[in-house]
Design a protein around this ligand. Structure first.
Ligand code: ADP
Ligand code: MG
Length: 736
């Protein structure tokens, strides 16, 4: 192919400098593919690669083998074959004769692709890949893969084309659109790469060598025309590294900046204090993982910079104990702590749990801890009293929902904030917290409390956070002793009799003092979505199936008292069955509950099902989870995969992986995408190791040089700013 652009090409040049890119193509590139500059073009990475087989001369070809043959199209033969026999429609048959450098000829045949005649007009040099057959006296390729290489009258020689393809064993296939085909893109990329002088590497040699990465220029070229798979992978790694490294550097720098502007508080554990006495008072010994978490959190709490840590642990790993301990560290320093949760039911649950856990130390008694609950259902008079006591510092610990973030909620001295199941909170809340914590101390430097985020769904969300939110992480990778995996069964209508048997089993469990949850997707019947409604199911179970048992009902549209009463009766064992919606999804802790029945399980996502299942098996008893699926409509293959995954393992990490692979990252980042840098190559799931690596390296760099001011890092800083548009964009990133 001819070198198109004459002057030295620059990455920021518009694509129109490439020969052959007129206004029309330029418009298509921009509107359909988002390609405006040469850089955009080169960052339009191949979707996949194709191994064309060996590039051969006809004399070397054996029939029945895959090969790539290069030649010049000499003529076309177009024929229309009328319908015949079982073939109902006509067939357009286009056959080209192609001549090789040796003079040998072969034919290529396309069915219903008349347009090939225009694409491959006589004089076109192209590579044809496919299985070689003998047809009459000719060697023939039928509907081969085609790569246009050039035109004879434009100077493309057959020998030279063959030589080049011999060195380029993988053909890049680009994401293409009707208006711009993959071979057009191949052509443009070729032109650009030929005209592009070596690209300067922004990465200092020392880093690059330590990370064993290809030079940037090599990587840019090799991703488009790799010699082999190994080179293609190395190129991809280098370019994905660039995306992640600049992102991490930007995030780290932004975090340092935020933390330089605000002060943290010293919440270091006090010997002999509340936190220490709390752990000593527990009826069990902390697991090793919990102890490691105390150590990691202790260091954060003591540090002058604000803590921002993620505590991950599968359902039942014992996160609450860790959270309470951290909150008590603040109280030990004369400060307050808040626990924020996504739902009212959960707030009430946590409030009760806190009171029970802290009872040995004394709660809401003289000299004891003051613990309060604040939600949108708190009565006006109680609310007024609690707000007053938060501001005066009388209340030590407060549990609540989003209501805690409302205006008018002010603290005397907020030291620690724990956010449970953070996926329902936005990152911007951290900024709101900064305001809350500083309100009691006007005039002083802004304070950011120590923040602990807890989640049982490690991926995808926490990985997204690792990427976008820059939290430190601690994992509770050990369940308390004596836990038994929850036996999980999937029941479809094909085994309808098992439903009756299950109800018998529920009755036996009830007789033995164990409780059963029945979770439904809806509160009331819906016109548009078929499925079981909690209200109707409650009636059916209470009146028809279990007239001998007490069946309680809890859902989000009830009044708070009704909700509380239902939960209390189930918790106390008076009601043996609790029909619920997903209000019980997280955190609800009733140790004698052993059976979880989920109706229309196909309506729930993997992490939801895993969370729901985590509501049983909390007391060390053998526990069961039953997923009813397909009872209100057919199961999609995707739903089946989800349900089989949940039935197949109780390992939250494995499930999260399946979840991610089914849903993909498009959805994962769907909402968060606006304003965030787009990662073109890096993938959260596939590149965990690279994410970790870049995060560590970025941390090290920013710790030494928060503003990347070292003269040796000029190119690094420029690259971060180029990608993320400097500080404003980074700030937007951080505050969501
Ligand atoms: P999660 O991580 O799901 O929030 P919880 O904190 O609710 O888990 O703990 C689940 C159950 O395990 C609770 O009943 C809690 O009291 C109990 N638990 C927590 N830590 C331990 C431990 N070290 N040994 C035994 N039981 C524990
Ligand atoms: Mg919990």
């Amino acid at each position: 192919m001819t070198g198109g652009a004459s002057a030295r090409l620059h990455l920021d040049d518009p694509v129109s400098v490439l020969s052959g890119v007129g206004p029309k193509l330029r418009g298509h590139l921009r509107d359909k593919l988002g390609i405006a500059t040469v850089r955009d073009l080169l960052e339009h990475y191949p979707r996949r690669y194709q191994d064309p087989g060996e590039v051969l001369d006809l004399s070397e070809v054996r029939t029945g083998e895959r090969a790539t043959l290069i030649g010049e199209v000499v003529s076309w033969d177009l024929r229309r074959v009328p319908p015949k026999g079982r073939r109902r429609s006509r067939l357009d048959l286009a056959t080209a004769r192609v001549r090789q450098a040796s003079g040998a000829e072969f034919t290529v045949t396309f069915f219903n692709q008349i347009w090939r005649e225009k694409q491959l007009a006589p004089g076109t040099v192209a590579a044809f890949g496919g299985e070689v057959r003998r047809f009459r006296k000719d060697l023939q390729l039928t509907t081969p893969e085609v790569q246009v290489l050039g035109r004879v009258d434009a100077g493309t020689g057959l020998e030279q084309a063959a030589e080049r393809l011999r060195n380029q064993r993988l053909l890049a296939i680009y994401p293409a659109v009707k208006e711009v085909s993959t071979f057009k893109l191949t052509q443009l990329v070729e032109l650009a790469l030929e005209a592009l002088p070596p690209v300067d590497d922004w990465l200092p040699d020392a880093w690059r060598e330590r990370q064993r990465l290809l030079p940037l220029d090599t990587a840019i070229r090799a991703i488009h025309r790799p010699a082999d798979r190994a080179e293609q992978r190395a190129a991809r790694t280098r370019l994905a590294f660039d995306e992640l490294m600049t992102l991490q550097l930007g995030l780290q720098a932004r975090r340092r900046q935020l933390e330089a502007e605000v002060a943290g508080v010293d919440n270091a554990p006090v010997p002999g204090g509340w936190a220490e006495r709390f752990v000593a008072s527990l009826p069990f010994a902390p697991t090793g993982a919990q102890q490691r978490a105390f150590a990691a959190l202790g260091a954060d709490l003591a540090a002058p910079r604000p803590m921002h840590r993620l505590l991950q642990g599968d359902v039942g790993a014992g996160k609450t104990v860790v959270a309470v301990w951290a909150m008590l560290c603040a109280v030990d320093r004369g400060r307050q702590a808040a626990l924020m949760v996504p739902t009212e039911v959960l707030a009430e649950q946590h409030h009760r749990t806190l009171q029970a856990l802290l009872a040995p130390l004394g709660v809401n008694v003289l000299d004891g801890l003051r613990v309060e609950l604040l939600t949108s259902s708190t009565t006006t008079s109680a609310r007024r009293r609690i707000l007053g006591e938060l501001l005066s510092g009388t209340v030590d610990l407060v549990v609540g929902t989003h209501a805690l973030l409302e205006e008018g909620v002010r603290f005397a001295d907020l030291g620690v904030v724990v956010i449970d199941e953070q996926h329902r909170f936005g990152v911007s809340h951290r900024v709101r917290l900064k305001e809350k914590a500083s309100e009691g101390r006007p005039g002083e430097r802004e304070i950011l409390p120590d923040v602990l985020v807890m989640t049982a769904t490690p991926i995808p969300r926490s990985l997204a956070l690792t990427l976008y939110g820059d939290l430190d992480e601690t994992e509770l990778d050990e369940l308390p002793p004596g836990r038994r995996p929850i036996a999980t069964r999937l029941i479809t209508p094909a085994e309808a009799d098992r439903r009756e048997r299950l109800y018998g089993f529920v009755r036996e469990q009830a007789a033995a003092g164990f409780g059963t949850y029945v979770v439904c997707p809806f509160v009331e019947p819906s016109d548009t979505l078929p499925g079981t409604a909690a209200v109707a199911e409650h009636e059916r179970l209470a009146e028809v199936v279990f007239p001998d048992l007490e069946v309680a009902l809890v859902h989000g549209r009830q009044r708070t008292e009704d909700k509380e009463r239902a939960m209390a009766r189930f918790r106390g064992g008076e009601a043996q069955v609790l029909v619920a919606t997903t209000v019980i999804e997280v955190g609800v802790d009733v140790p004698h509950a052993t059976v979880m029945i989920i109706e229309d399980a196909e309506r729930f996502g993997i992490s939801q099902l895993h969370q729901l299942r985590g509501r049983v098996g909390r007391g060390g008893e053998r526990s069961y989870c039953v997923l009813f699926a397909g009872w209100n409509g057919e199961l999609s293959p995707e739903a089946s995969r989800r349900l089989e995954a949940v039935a197949g393992t109780t390992d939250g990490r494995k499930l999260a992986d399946v979840d991610l692979s089914i849903r993909g990252e498009g959805e994962l980042f769907g909402q968060a995408q606006s304003g965030t840098p787009d990662l073109k190559l890096a993938r959260v799931q596939d590149d965990r190791e690279l994410i970790q690596r870049t995060r560590d390296l970025a941390r090290e760099v920013v710790a030494r040089d928060p503003h990347l001011a070292d003269p040796g890092l000029v190119a690094v800083r420029a690259e971060v700013e180029r990608r993320y548009g400097g500080r404003e964009a980074m700030a937007a990133l951080e505050t969501g």
